[in-house]
Design a protein around this ligand. Structure first.
Ligand code: NAD
Length: 389
């Protein structure tokens, strides 16, 4: 195998750490992880690979042009995978400025550092310049809301379930129509990447993927929030009527897809990545409850004769009784769903997990990795900050 050096931005985040683990554990490639370690960066997600001599961590901000230039010159990467971003939609509504800075300005700074490095490669090492790739990782949220686009189509079927009335999917040709400051900032960064390819010839690839879930996901996100709230006997807050539809992708399937695109994808192309798992938010929460009912059964206090560590004493008999409907957030898209046929046909990638198998693995991971999530919840994971280099 042709051994490459991957420069990964945001490698201490949820998806980035899955990509780093996959590269170190299942390939021979080298990894340079560049991460600012914002609240979302957690080096404890990389404990299983941090001692590998093929892995290097550098704490740096992608908005810092000098630092980016130095890192490109020092490590001479073959592939850049750009995942660093502010990624939480609710936070973008409360404070959009940081999203513009990291997602838009940071991407422009990184593109310029990559372009300068790639130009120098063209003079010094033409085959390496020829093989260089800049892979930008983005979201299906740039396409906006499928349900809105289809409102006319479904008007006559108002009483039917959204899952049976909506049939179209986001393709690589779907026009951009972002709704939130987060998705607008990601859309901007996608346009910048394509402009650097069209204008300067930088060999770029873009992927847009659906909602990820899986191990090492921060407790503020829907699936871990529901698992951990349920285990703590707290309410399970569902926005609006819970009928918003998301297409769920197991993070390890996504990591494998990203590495395939970065190494085998065609320059200048966009690939959508999805898991064929359209679910309403309410169905997701109910399925988590069903898995927990099976794995960590609740037992009403009065029924408990002998105490058991696997049985939670509670006034409820199923976790579903914790579900609480809360006011929907502004601009909440009703439906996202992705057509991943291009990456399947052209690169031969298919997800290994169904929603049921992936969700079960995820719930089981949270049950046995209490130390990881407790240190995120109490903030002690941030003690691993190294200071700027
Ligand atoms: P995350 O928030 O878990 O991780 C982001 C990482 O980027 C963190 O480690 C953080 O410290 C780092 N970072 C933030 N600002 C930085 C900066 N200025 N310089 C260097 N590092 C910085 O995000 P994620 O969920 O892993 O998402 C990764 C990428 O995938 C993002 O670009 C996101 O838009 C995209 N994406 C995510 C999802 C999803 O479901 N999570 C879906 C589609 C696309």
């Amino acid at each position: 195998m042709d051994i490459k050096t991957f420069l990964i931005t945001g490698g201490a985040g949820f998806i980035g750490s899955a990509v780093v683990r996959e590269l170190i554990q299942n390939t021979q490639h080298n990894v340079i992880n560049i991460d600012k370690l914002t609240y979302a960066g957690n080096l404890e997600s990389l404990a299983s690979v941090e001692n590998s001599d093929r892995y290097t961590f550098e704490q740096a901000d992608i908005c810092d042009a000098q630092a980016m230039q130095r890192l490109f010159e020092t490590y001479q990467p073959d592939v850049v995978m750009h995942l660093a971003a502010e990624s939480h939609v609710d936070r973008s509504i409360d404070g959009p400025a940081e999203f513009i800075q990291t997602n838009v300005v940071g991407t422009a700074v990184l593109l310029e550092a990559a372009r300068a490095y790639w130009k120098s490669l063209q003079q010094q090492d033409a085959p390496k310049a020829e093989a260089f790739r800049f892979h930008h990782i983005s979201t299906d949220e740039v396409y906006g809301d499928l349900a809105e686009n289809e409102a006319l189509v479904v008007k006559s079927q108002e009483n039917a379930s959204p899952l049976t009335t909506h049939h179209s999917l986001f393709t690589e040709q779907t026009p951009y129509a972002p709704s939130s400051p987060y998705s607008a900032s990601k859309a901007s960064s996608d346009h910048l990447v394509r402009a650097w390819q069209r204008t300067y010839g930088l060999p770029t690839l873009v992927t847009n993927c659906s909602n990820n879930y899986g191990p090492y996901h921060f407790p503020e996100k829907l699936i871990p929030l529901m698992i951990l709230n349920a285990l703590a006997g707290k309410p399970l807050p569902v926005y609006g009527d819970g009928q918003q539809i998301r297409d769920w992708l197991f993070v390890e399937d996504h990591a494998r897809a990203l590495i395939k695109v970065a190494t085998e994808g065609k320059v200048g192309e966009t690939y959508n990545i999805g898991g064929h798992n359209e679910q309403t938010n309410l169905h997701v929460v109910e399925t988590i409850c069903e898995i927990l009912d099976e794995l960590v059964p609740l037992k009403a206090d009065e029924d408990v004769q002998a105490s058991s560590p696997t049985i939670h004493h509670s006034p409820f008999t199923t976790y579903k009784q914790l579900i609480t409907f809360v006011t929907d957030r502004p601009g909440h898209d009703v439906r996202y769903a992705i057509d991943a046929s291009k990456i399947e046909h052209e690169l031969g990638w298919v997800p290994q997990e169904t929603f049921e198998t992936g969700l079960r693995k995820t719930v089981q991971w949270y049950l046995v990795n209490e130390t990881w999530w407790k240190r995120v919840q109490d903030g002690s994971y941030q003690g691993q900050r190294l200071g700027s280099l």
